[in-house]
Write a protein that binds this ligand. Sequence first.
Ligand code: PAF
Length: 278
Amino acid sequence: MHIFKTKKELQKFLLSFTKEEKVGFVPTMGALHEGHLSIVEQSKKQCDITICSIFVNPTQFNNASDLDNYPNTLKADLEKLEQLACDIVYTPTIADLYKNGEKAKEFDFGTLTIGMEGEFRPGHFNGMATIVEKFFNIINPTKAFFGQKDLQQLQIVKALAKQMESDIQIIGIPTIREESGLAKSSRNELLSTSEKQEATLVYKCLKYCKNNQELAIPTLEKYIQEQFKNNTHFKLEYIDFVSLNTLLPITKWEAKNQNAICIAAYIEGVRLIDNIIL
Ligand code: PAF
């Protein structure tokens, strides 16, 4: 496994590959768990060379303490990637990617950024798109892989690739879950065993909607809000029923697989997000 700390070294190495070789790119912020690893595995299956980046991107944090507390598990991350035979890891410093004092670029993703994370994490998607655009320009992969757990991010990255007029294929990888249904996330490590058990409420609610799709959306929404109200450990931030393409709220189901239900909730101060596509 080759590890590069600068874009210059990485790009020089990439010149040794032919145009026919498919390059898969998996961007991460480290603290790798099984969800990330399944994305790397997919890239390995679909591409000839897999590059994983580990970079905690400062411009996408709307909360300074969230950035300060972001876990750094580089040694363990590299071991996990080595075990998967990931070909290249790019671990840049901030100075390799941002000019001194450089801020996030302003993007316009239309309706995609209005609600959900766009509303509750102002500036987050400009920061995320700023770094993803930089990565795409440095690596120019054939395919780039993103987890479906961050569904809004995935849809925005697809829009970004279009805006860049790039041929990069954006591939969404299904969420990996614990046996209990809880979506794998670096934040799960901050939960006790009993909190993890309680946190399964998020996926239970999403499954309830899947199993009761004959009910009207406002009825399902009310039911879920009640579930969270009845659980004093939880604070529901949002439950949104949206159209997958626009991410705008819906009150009636659209065609099959064109609807998404997205939840963000705090359990004992730990923010969890999850979603289901119906
Ligand atoms: O999903 C993430 O971990 C980040 O938003 C990403 C895509 C690596 C950009 O910093």
